[in-house]
Every structure is written in structure tokens, then in C-alpha cells.
Design a protein around this ligand. Structure first.
Ligand code: SF4
Length: 410
């Protein structure tokens, strides 16, 4: 089948993000748009997401989709067959590229990984070819502190089950800079993890997000505040160990074996187009950012309202169109200065550097001219360098990248 050319999105295609707002239990550090105890909404959610995909497919005239990412929340907590049904409707509503990367986020201990990983086999049959497992730590005390429901053994079993089923492209998420976490615990976790040779590793430093129990407990003195110097030491240790093990450090928080970068996340960092469906999912199409209603209950009603009226397309994606789509809760125009700023901030997260000619074409402005003074200052400070025509963070800048990025904020 020849991919149709949508007049609305670039011929190179888009990426698709599907937000799954369900978790069996809510971790006390997490501020994502996800909920426990609303399993009664899973059936209606499935219908609404499929409906939203169908409506967007019609409105955008069935563009090519290069990557699909099921995130959350806990996609692996959905009943068997749900992800397959969502992928089936994505295939009929969009042109899913034959080599599309299709990722599912999963938690150790979920049914997917039990009984020898038969659930993983179902996913493969549905077209899933990448799994991202929320390991977080391989220390059971820290897993308990984080409110995780699984053990270190269950995390390793999940990796094994995914591989036995035939999914070799597995990412493991780990967290560092945790309250009460010691350097030696971190070293042990990394060593055990690296012995398994996962395809991809993402490392996240804990931040105490306002509104979470962790933030509250820290304010009350019930939870020690993480030590930033120790967190930096953990990051440097991981950098060295992952490099020694042959991993490519391609983004500030991400490492992979050769050629196994997350293609979906690359779309975000390169500021390329994506469509998000599901409660609170964000999208970036043309020069517009927009996001769906966050409340799952309101989302269901909004999709139903859209379905009853159908998509009415005005020929271009703009504010008036987005305001006429009930599930879209808000939007902003990201052209001009915002496009320049975002292209720099996202692109510099990629450690191989950004090609300023390509990036300028995406931003619609000559970035090396626009940010001439900022780039020169940051190079003088030893935080940026130009190598082979690309601009990149220097190694000492990785941990202070946010200070670099503030120079490019509008
Ligand atoms: S499982 Fe993941 S998404 Fe769900 S509450 Fe925990 S950290 Fe948040």
C-alpha cells in the first residue's frame, strides 16, 4: 500500500502517543496524570481512545505514523487485548509504517510478564516491538520506599520474560538521587543491570514534585531531602560504567546499544510532529501545541461529544479548529521565538550535538545568527562546543544543562 500524502502533516509522517491513565497503585513520588481505583473506567476508556484515534485519522487524512508509544500510567495494567484493539484502530485510521517502532511501558509483576511471558507474545502478535520496564531500583528497601509493588527479582524476571517472548529491544528505567539511597546501593543496581545487557537504559534523578506525598513528607521532615552532590556522583558513576560497557550516551538521561535509540523520544527532542490521544496527552502539529482534557471522566464525555458531531476540518490546524474539538483542553501557538527556543533546548539534550543548519530549517530561523551572543558566551564558559559542524553540550555541562537552557528561554 502506498502511504497517502496528508496535506496537513509533513510527508515524513508523525508519531503517536497513547496515554493510559491507570495504575494499580499510585507511587508517592509520581505527579503524572494517572490514577488508582478507577478500573471501572477501563472499558469506556478503550472505546473513547479508539474513537479519538478514528476521528483524528479522518481529520488529518490518514497520515503516515512512524512510531507509537503507549505511556502512562501503566499500559501493561490494561486487560489483555486492549492494546491490540487500539493498535488495530490505529492501523485503519492512519498509515502505520511497516517498520514502525511500537513501544509499551510496563511494570514488573504485571500479568504481561507472568506465566512465562505469554502476555508479551500477545503484544508481539499485535505488532509491539519494544518494551520499557519501570525497574527504578534493584534494591528491595528502596523499591518499598518508592511505593513500588514489585521486587528486584520481579524486575529481572520481567526482562527475561520479554526476551523469551522475542522482544529484545527493552528499555529499563532506573531512578537515582533517592532519599536514603547510598552510592554502594546504586553501584550494585547498575552492576546487576549491566550484567543483563539491556538494549536501552534511562536514568532519572528523583525530583520532589509539588503536590506529591514525597514532597509533603519532605516538608514535614518525615523524608530526608536527597543530597544533590551524591546524586551527581551517582550520575558520574553511571556515565563511566555505561561507557565501559559500550553504551552510547545519546541524550542527557538515556543510553543505548548501537542503533537502539528510542525513535519515539527522538521525535520529541528533534521537535518533530506527534499526536497524543488519551486523557491529558499532549500533541505538536504544525506550529501548535495542544493537550487533551486531563480528567478521565471529562475526557470520556468530550470524546463522545466530538464523535456525535464528527470532525469538521477547516483546511488548517489552527486555534479556531482546536477550540472546536471537545477533547482538546488547551492550545498554544509555537512559532517564531518559541520555535527557536524550543528547538535549541530540546536539540541540545542530544549529546551528539545539533546540526544548526537542519535545526534552523525546523525552527524557521537562522539559529546560529539568532543566538550568536548566547552561543559565544556559553562556549567561552566551556559549556557548549562546536565539533564537526554540530553544536553540543560539553561533558561538564550535562549536569548543569538546565542553566545552559535558560539562556535560550524567550
Ligand atoms: S507506576 Fe509509574 S505512572 Fe504509575 S504511579 Fe507509579 S510512577 Fe506513576
Amino acid at each position: 500500500m502506498t502511504p497517502p500524502v496528508s496535506p496537513i502533516v509533513p510527508s515524513g509522517g508523525i508519531s503517536l502517543y497513547v496515554h493510559v491513565p491507570f495504575c494499580k497503585t499510585k507511587c508517592p513520588y509520581c505527579d503524572f496524570n494517572t490514577f488508582q481505583g478507577i478500573e471501572n473506567l477501563m472499558g469506556p476508556y478503550l472505546g473513547a481512545v479508539m474513537q479519538e484515534l478514528e476521528l483524528w485519522g479522518r481529520l488529518l487524512e490518514h497520515p503516515r505514523v512512524n512510531t507509537v508509544f503507549f505511556g502512562g500510567g501503566t499500559p501493561s495494567y490494561l486487560p489483555s487485548g486492549y492494546l491490540q484493539q487500539i493498535l488495530d484502530i490505529a492501523r485503519t485510521s492512519f498509515y502505520l509504517s511497516p517498520g514502525a517502532e511500537i513501544t509499551v511501558e510496563a511494570n514488573p509483576g504485571d500479568p504481561l510478564f507472568l506465566d512465562g511471558g505469554t502476555g508479551c507474545e500477545e503484544l508481539i502478535q499485535a505488532g509491539v516491538n519494544r518494551i520499557s520496564i519501570g525497574v527504578q531500583s534493584l534494591n528491595n528497601d528502596l523499591l518499598g520506599l518508592l511505593g513500588r509493588r514489585h521486587t528486584a527479582d520481579a524486575a529481572l524476571e520481567a526482562l527475561q520474560a520479554a526476551r523469551s517472548a522475542g522482544i529484545s529491544n527493552v528499555n529499563l528505567d532506573l531512578m537515582y538521587g533517592l532519599p536514603r539511597q547510598t552510592l554502594s546501593q546504586w553501584e550494585d543496581t547498575l552492576a546487576t543491570l549491566l550484567a543483563q545487557c539491556p538494549a536501552h537504559v534511562s536514568l532519572y534523578c528523583l525530583t520532589l514534585e509539588e503536590g506529591t506525598p514525597f514532597h509533603h513528607w519532605a516538608e514535614q521532615g518525615k523524608l530526608p531531602t536527597p543530597d544533590p552532590d551524591l546524586a551527581a556522583e551517582m550520575y558520574h558513576h553511571a556515565e563511566a560504567e555505561l561507557e565501559r560497557a559500550g553504551y552510547h550516551h545519546y541524550e542527557i538521561s538515556n543510553w543505548c546499544l548501537t542503533g537502539l535509540e528510542s525513535r519515539h523520544n527522538m521525535v520529541y527532542w528533534l521537535n518533530e510532529p506527534y499526536l497524543g490521544v488519551g486523557p491529558g496527552a499532549h500533541s505538536s502539529l504544525g506550529q501548535n501545541r495542544f493537550w487533551d482534557v486531563a480528567s478521565p471522566v471529562k475526557y470520556l464525555a468530550a470524546v463522545e461529544s466530538w464523535a456525535s458531531n464528527g470532525p469538521h476540518f477547516s483546511g488548517t490546524i489552527d486555534g479556531p479548529l482546536l477550540e472546536s474539538i471537545p477533547p482538546v483542553d488547551g492550545h498554544e501557538f509555537c512559532g517564531g521565538e518559541t520555535a527557536c527556543s524550543e528547538t535549541m533546548i530540546l536539540g541540545l539534550r542530544l549529546l551528539d550535538g545539533m546540526d544548526l543548519v537542519d535545526a534552523s530549517a525546523r525552527a524557521g530561523a537562522d539559529l546560529s545568527f539568532h543566538y550568536q551572543a548566547e552561543i559565544r558566551d556559553l562556549e567561552d564558559m566551556g559549556l557548549l562546543e562546536t565539533v564537526g559542524g554540530t553544536l553540543r553540550l560539553t561533558r561538564p555541562a550535562y549536569l548543569v544543562a538546565n542553566q545552559v537552557f535558560t539562556r535560550f528561554v524567550e
